[in-house]
Design a protein around this ligand. Structure first.
Ligand code: PMT
Length: 402
């Protein structure tokens, strides 16, 4: 239920026996990480108490437009509607359904419903014959014609003891449908991305290596942001203590630059976006000792061989449909060096960070980067968290792809 994490959900509860299920629905939404605010009609309060829903949602339940007549304190239904990423009206009784269709607005829930600009889901709940009635059918169709999303009723035993259609969908089904609705609309759904992160370790012997200080934070933030927006991400990660759990991220763990090259070459051709934030070691020891090298008085010498340049290989093999993004970590002549790398490696974009900026580069949670494009536009960004840098970078790629 990754989509629901951090989303703002307005739950409207109207007067129907199924209102008891709104307690479970609230719990499911909160469990999925959503921020939930509940609006109840007076009719709903005959079936379930505001205290129950306030406790489960961890927010006061709203029901009155005017909270205090003496002081004139009121609930701003427009702000409330604008606050929400989605509104769910569950259950919606035949009575409230009729009012929604005809635009009546004599309670806070209806006023908020009319003000909502976010997707509105409605889950009807009523007895068999009420549900079958022509006016109910027509009202449901009208709601759909306004662009609202029906959560279909279930079949089974109804509160009246009759069997048939009219039960409100189960809370788990409602949450799943809302999740699926948003997931299907994620902007990068179906896009395949390859991201590298972290350092590479180049072994000298079984206990020693040449490496660098990369923590993987930058690359993991990029992979996570891409996946959150719907992309299918392959993350090729050098050794790091970071862990990522996301249903759209597949992680391939590697150790050395040669391992990373192999993994990247396997994944490259299917990736539409490739973002190389790993700090790949440029050199590796020519020889790797099978045994731990013993300490002696003689000064040891480690002969180094040049590692393959993974990004350069990609630049030579990329198709016009692929977007290739590299990173440049510089200490001096930053802009000039980054531009040279962009050209030499045939990149579409390079993300420059320098070790001269405070709180920037290896290990920090923050980074200060400049985006440089192939047509030499430069976009310096403020110091921000690596999550925000990832967002800005993906925003930029999305805009450029339009
Ligand atoms: O991991 P963190 O602690 O969060 O730190 C993030 C970071 C500083 C590692 C990251 O922001 C960053 O700058 N990554 C690139 C570091 C680097 O190796 O830069 P470079 O200028 O040496 O390499 C240029 C580009 O070529 C990079 O995209 C690199 O992945 C790639 N490369 C380099 C050498 C090589 N043999 N193969 C490559 O593909």
């Amino acid at each position: 239920m990754t989509f629901l994490k951090g989303r703002r959900i307005l739950l409207g509860v109207t007067g129907s026996i199924a209102a008891y299920k709104s307690a479970f629905l609230t719990r499911e939404l909160v469990k999925a990480g959503a921020e939930v605010r509940v609006i109840m009609t007076r009719g709903a309060m005959d079936f379930i108490t505001p205290l129950t829903l306030a406790t489960l949602s961890k927010n006061p339940v709203l029901s009155e437009l005017i909270e205090d007549r003496e002081t004139g304190v009121w609930t701003n239904h427009v702000d409330l509607a604008l606050w929400a990423d989605a509104m769910i009206i569950a259950p919606v009784s035949a009575h409230s359904l009729g009012k929604m269709v005809t635009g009546q607005s004599d309670n806070l829930l209806l006023l908020t419903f009319l003000s909502a600009k976010c997707p509105v889901f409605f889950a009807p709940s009523m007895d068999l014959d009420m549900f079958k009635h022509g006016s109910t059918r027509e009202n449901i169709e009208k709601m759909q014609s306004f662009g609202h999303i029906l959560i279909p009723v279930g079949k089974g035993e109804l509160a009246s003891g009759l069997e048939g259609e009219g039960r409100m969908a189960e809370p788990e089904e409602i949450v799943q449908q809302i999740h699926d609705y948003f997931e299907a609309r994620l902007p990068l759904r179906g896009k395949k991305a390859l991201v590298t992160a972290g350092p590479t370790y180049e072994r000298i012997d079984p206990v020693r290596f040449i490496g660098n200080f990369s923590s993987g934070k930058m690359g993991y933030a990029i992979a996570h942001e891409l996946a959150e927006r719907g992309a299918e991400v392959t993350l090729v990660s050098g050794p790091t203590s970071l862990k990522v759990e996301h249903q759209r991220i597949r992680t391939i763990h590697v150790e050395s630059a040669q391992d990373m090259l192999k993994a990247c070459q396997q994944e490259f051709s299917v990736a539409e976006w490739v973002i190389m934030s790993a700090a790949v070691a440029d050199y590796r020891p020519v020889e790797q000792s099978e045994q731990k090298i013993k300490k002696t008085d003689a000064q040891p010498v480690v002969h180094l061989a040049l590692n393959p340049d993974i990004l350069k290989w990609m630049g030579e093999h990329k198709s016009p449909a692929q977007t290739l993004v590299g990173f440049a970590l510089e200490t001096n002549n930053a802009l000039e060096n980054a531009r040279k790398k962009l050209k030499a490696k045939n990149l579409d974009l390079i993300v420059l960070n320098t070790l001269q900026d405070d709180q920037s580069g290896f290990g920090y949670d923050t980074n200060k980067v400049t985006l440089i494009t192939a047509d030499n536009k430069t976009l310096p960004l403020e110091l921000k968290t690596k999550t925000e840098v990832a967002r800005d970078l993906i925003d930029y790629l999305q805009q450029s792809a339009q």
